[in-house]
Design a protein around this ligand. Structure first.
Ligand code: MN
Length: 721
């Protein structure tokens, strides 16, 4: 096990200003927290975080990353808390440890490849700080290095497969080629030991057969370059078994057919020399067409730069050659880590959150990319910011636009699930349907057979799919409501004229209203294009005359009796959405709905819509007439001020000053007394009906809470009916 001073020395070797005390504190803290815990290998558990920290020193990461590596398993596996870590090591470390912990808690259950891609995106999206991902990758690397100690083969295979599907591609994406190669090789050894062995045997055979082939090629290339006055370091390596196997599978070829199993790297001093070296090599050897790539003028999205070419090299072997400068080489080996270390050295004063935003870093690199392939990568990366990834209870991963709600999730699962959605549990807790989902949330949709989508959902859903479904539903539902309303208006018009009518009569006048079917006539009237009266008149043309006579008579009556003629209905604007435009609306007198109450609209024939609280007793009578109900909601947020009146029944002690105290308490809650009535009075208490003006239900709740808390108040309840 690495000693405390060794770790500190390693960090100080690349960062002389490193906060030594912090490293020492973290070392001791993690060691004490993990105490006597053991790993599967039998080693003390603490050896694991220590090794992870060691891996990160090779990437030359900053002190906070090393400290995070030491602490990365303390929250999950010991009694350490985030608060304690923040107190001891500061906000930045606490944030990083929290990030790594959260990343370790998500788990992919499905093995579909599409799921793997989503899962990789989720991991990236959750690693707000690139260092979180770097620690996680180092953690995975050490776990893979010690994988053989895990006794259960299923578990070993699951971890190895996950490494191939998720973590190796992530390491590659951020340019950590060494880490990627090692992860792949370890996973390969676990999953396909026989295949790997036979490839290794074949490689060993080629090596023996060729004797010093690699060295000879290196010497020849060096000499060629020296003749052109280019000072270069040449390094040769065999390709890794896993990448050989991948190539064999994707190209469907045998190991014998695979010719370029050797790759050579030429490192020179400057970019200009890269091209000079390329020119020398191309003019000396025959190139293999279609294999040349210039990643210097067009760097890869992860910042990788190099010239790649394949030639029929010395000794007539097909070899791949990569040419780069020392700086480019560092980026190639360390990937974003190198870029990040570089950034850190250069803007020490820059504000921390800006400095560490990995996405910013990557996007900066991407902005320089210009070919279509790279542009695509760019767009994909930018997408992570607009997406949120959630799990179904079965572990399926679903990608949604950022800001999506459980309703969006339900429609993404299936339109039938969306339509029947009545509620949702997120991470096991019931939440409002408009809750914005977070990365990694597990979402369970509660459905009810025959339930219908609510038009009010349209206001908060984000995904196009959910929007389209709800809109289509609202359109057909509105048509049903217009039909109902149109019918009612026609009924009423005939009733007013004291006439009867038949459906056949209606059919006979359809053409006068430019419609083909009776239902269309109802809709036209419901929508207000024509009035019920016009229909009645079209069937009984002389009723107009009769009506005029009647009206004159009425006016005369009114004049004689001096009764004011009241307007029949009044349409005024209420702060409610979901109503059919132009339809008259009233608040129900029975339940006095106030802002914040759950409400529902009831179509009343010839009267328009009355708005009731959802639990109003009077609605029971309409239970079997769902077509009479309209989904409505309060406009804007519940916090918006629009005073409404609620009725309270208060049982109050009959004592001097009790009534005054009650009024003062209402005032204290910033509510206004609108009306007050003593309903019942005995020697020891009053029953008072109090109408108070409040902003919304929340306000009402606080008024009631203040009153309830006072000793002279025996009981308090809200009266709805
Ligand atoms: Mn770990």
């Amino acid at each position: 096990m690495m000693r405390q001073y060794e770790l500190v020395e390693r960090v100080r070797a690349y960062d002389p200003d490193a906060d030594e005390a912090k490293l020492n504190r973290a070392y001791v803290y993690a060691m004490m927290k993990h105490g006597s815990q053991k790993r599967a290998s039998g080693d003390p558990y603490f050896s694991h975080p220590l090794e992870v920290a060691g891996i990160l020193t090779r990437l030359r990461l900053d002190v906070d990353s090393i400290v995070t590596a030491l602490l990365h398993d303390t929250i999950e596996d010991t009694d350490a808390t985030l608060e304690e870590i923040e107190k001891l090591f500061g906000k930045s470390v606490a944030r990083l440890v929290n990030g790594v912990t959260k990343l370790s808690q998500i788990e992919l259950k499905s093995s579909e490849s599409k799921q793997a891609e989503n899962f990789r995106k989720l991991v990236l999206a959750m690693s707000e700080d690139i260092r979180v991902l770097l620690v996680k990758l180092a953690d995975r690397l050490h776990n893979m290095q010690t994988l053989h100690y895990i006794p259960k083969i299923e578990k070993r295979q699951r971890i190895a497969q996950e490494t191939l599907d998720i973590y190796a591609p992530l390491a590659e994406r951020i340019g950590m080629h060494d880490v990627k190669d090692e992860l792949e090789d370890l996973a390969f050894a676990q999953l396909y030991p026989d295949v790997r062995d036979s490839i290794l045997t074949r490689l060993a055979f080629l090596r023996d057969n060729g004797g010093t082939l690699k060295e000879e090629i290196i010497a020849k290339l060096k000499a060629d370059l020296q003749a052109a006055h280019i000072d270069a370091t040449v390094y040769g390596r065999e390709k890794k078994p896993f990448s050989i196997w991948r190539k064999m599978r994707s190209k469907n070829i045998t190991l014998e057919q695979l010719s370029d199993i050797m790759a050579f790297r030429v490192t020179v001093e400057s970019t200009a020399q890269c091209y000079a070296a390329l020119g020398t090599i191309h003019s000396t050897y025959q190139i293999v067409p279609g294999r040349f790539k210039d990643y210097i003028s067009l760097p890869k999205p992860n910042g990788y730069q190099s010239l790649h070419t394949t030639i029929i090299g010395p000794k007539n072997h097909r070899i791949e050659v990569q040419i780069r400068t020392q700086d480019m080489h560092e980026v190639a080996e360390l990937g974003v880590a190198a870029h990040w270390v570089y950034k850190q050295q250069n803007d020490k004063e820059a504000n921390e959150t800006k400095q560490y935003k990995w996405l910013r870093d990557l996007l900066e690199i991407l902005e320089q990319a210009s070919d279509p392939e790279e542009f695509l990568e760019h767009t994909k990366l930018a997408m992570f910011d607009d997406q949120v990834f959630c799990f179904s209870p079965k572990g399926d991963l679903i990608a949604l636009p950022r800001g999506s709600t459980p309703v969006d999730f339900a429609y993404a699962v299936h339109s039938a699930v969306g339509d029947a959605c009545t509620g949702a549990r997120v991470n096991g807790r019931i939440v409002p349907l408009k809750t914005a989902l977070q990365n990694g949330d597990q979402v369970e949709i509660i459905t009810q057979k025959g339930h219908q989508p609510s038009p009010s959902w349209e206001k908060f859903v984000v995904s196009a799919r959910a929007k389209a479904h709800i809109r289509r539903f609202v359109r057909t539902q509105q048509r049903d409501q217009y039909i109902e309303l149109g019918k009612g208006l026609i009924d009423k018009a005939f009733k007013d004229f004291e006439k009867d009518y038949t459906e056949t009569q209606l059919e006979s006048v359809l053409s006068k209203f430019n419609v083909k079917h009776r239902e269309d006539l109802y809709v036209a009237i419901g929508e207000g294009h024509f009035s019920g009266r016009e229909v009645a008149v079209s069937i009984y043309p002389d009723i107009i005359k009769q009506e005029r006579e009647q009206r004159e008579e009425n006016a005369l009556d009114a004049l004689l009796q001096k009764k004011p003629v009241a307007p029949k209905t009044s349409a005024y604007h209420l702060p409610i959405t979901g109503l059919i435009p132009g339809m008259a609306v009233h608040y129900a007198k029975c339940c006095h709905p106030i802002r914040g109450d759950k409400i529902v609209g009831l179509i009343v024939m010839g009267k328009g819509v009355t708005v009731h609280t959802e639990d109003c007793h009077n609605l029971k009578a309409f239970k079997d007439k769902p077509e009479r109900f309209i989904d409505v909601a309060w406009e804007g947020t519940a916090q918006q001020d629009a005073a409404t009146i609620a009725r309270l029944k208060i049982s109050l002690e009959n004592a001097t000053g009790a009534l005054g105290t009650m009024c003062a308490l209402v005032g204290q809650a910033r509510a206004n007394i609108h009306n007050m009535k003593i309903a019942h009075r005995t020697t020891d208490h009053f029953d008072i009906l109090l109408d108070v003006e409040v902003d919304n239900t929340e306000h009402l709740t606080s008024v009631m809470a203040i009153l309830r808390a006072h000793r002279s108040v025996h009981a308090i309840e809200r009266i709805k009916n």
